[in-house]
Ligand binder design. Structure first.
Ligand SMILES: Nc1ncnc2c1ncn2[C@@H]1O[C@H](COP(=O)(O)OP(=O)(O)OP(=O)(O)O)[C@@H](O)[C@H]1O
Ligand SMILES: [Mg+2]
Length: 319
């Protein structure tokens, strides 16, 4: 199957995208839909296939099977048309350690056939300013910290205006201040209309920066959507096991909690609205009304719990 009519609304679209390394399937038939204008978080633990997917999106690696459209064009077939419209940071470009940051950017800019030489210095200056490296523009890259190199890589992706930015773990190796700067940079680029596809293994980071997310686990895409949609799936539910379903339903309704159809004869489940009564208050109200509570639980209380359930492992929630 091909992405027969690539959607103009989608910046990135994949169908059944797969990458095998020998017997290992690193990326297993993923269907990504990245809307234009989104800040799209590509979230997953180490080794879940993020970088491998990104390399295929950019034509840096060949897919074993499946189809890709980037900015409405088939990849890698239309690579030459697509790549000038895409800025990318994947495992950092190779910088010359004996050149300054500014000189490295000028060199990389020269290699871009679409970049005008007349405005080169101004663009290099602006890109360095946007990533907070103005003070280190003349310093040799040999003397850059990992975080500074990471920022220089982002500056490189920003040399000319892009419709799509693909950033593979852009906050890796950054200190907390640098991390905040990169996050706010991503948000401001998005505000200017650039679609940003950014990978991360940090749930909190994706929550702060992104409008949409996809969750990878062991090569598979296990969830995708807007953050609100993903949160809703993970919304806290209260579960009550009781033979007195009708009474329980009435007591819950009195607390603003509306139960759906019984899950089984004895089991009621209801989403907990924001600001709902505390679990102990709910149980007390049920018992006071004579409901025989045989079981009670609050489940799926946070996006984090949801993602842990999806991926089978914890995320680093703070950096
Ligand atoms: N060139 C390669 N040859 C063989 N196996 C590879 C190659 N590149 C990646 N892999 C394997 O594919 C799997 C996915 O790796 P990938 O780098 O895409 O994960 P990731 O999600 O980017 O992880 P991280 O968070 O550590 O960057 C891993 O098991 C990795 O060992
Ligand atoms: Mg990676």
């Amino acid at each position: 199957m091909t992405v027969a009519t690539p959607s103009v609304e989608l910046a990135i679209e994949t169908r059944g995208l797969t990458k095998r390394f020998g017997h290992q399937t690193a990326v297993d038939g993923i269907d990504l839909s990245v809307p234009r204008g989104a800040v799209f978080g590509f979230l997953g633990p180490n080794g879940s296939g993020k970088t491998t997917s990104i390399r295929m999106l950019l034509g840096l690696a060949t897919a074993s099977s499946g189809d890709i459209a980037v900015l409405g064009q088939e990849m890698p077939g239309r690579l030459r048309d697509v790549l000038p419209r895409v800025g990318a940071l994947v495992e950092g470009p190779a910088f010359y350690p004996f050149l300054s940051g500014a000189a490295n950017l000028r060199r990389l800019d020269t290699a871009d056939p679409g970049a005008s030489s007349a405005t080169r210095s101004a663009r290099v200056h602006l890109a360095l300013e946007r990533v907070g490296l103005t003070h280190a523009a003349g310093k040799k890259v040999r003397a850059y910290s990992l975080g500074m190199k990471q920022r220089l890589g982002i500056a490189n992706a920003l040399l000319v205006p892009r419709e799509l930015l693909v950033l593979d773990e852009p906050t890796n190796g950054l200190d907390p201040q640098g991390t905040r700067e990169v996050r706010s940079l991503v948000r401001s680029l998005a505000a200017e209309g650039t679609t940003v596809f950014v990978s991360s293994h940090l749930l909190a980071e994706v929550e702060q920066m992104c409008t949409h997310a996809a969750v990878m686990s062991a090569g598979s895409l296990v969830a995708q959507g807007t953050l609100d949609e993903l949160r809703r799936v993970g919304e806290a539910h209260v579960r009550v096991r009781t033979p007195d379903g009708a009474d329980a339903r009435r007591v819950l309704a009195g607390l603003g909690i509306v139960a759906g159809d019984p899950v089984t004869d004895e089991l009621l489940s209801a989403p907990l609205p924001e600001g709902a009564a505390a679990p102990e208050t709910i149980v007390a109200a049920l018992v006071a009304a004579g409901v025989r509570v045989r079981g009670f639980a609050v489940v799926g209380a946070s996006l984090e719990e949801r993602f842990v359930a999806l991926t089978g492992e914890g995320f680093d929630v703070v950096q």
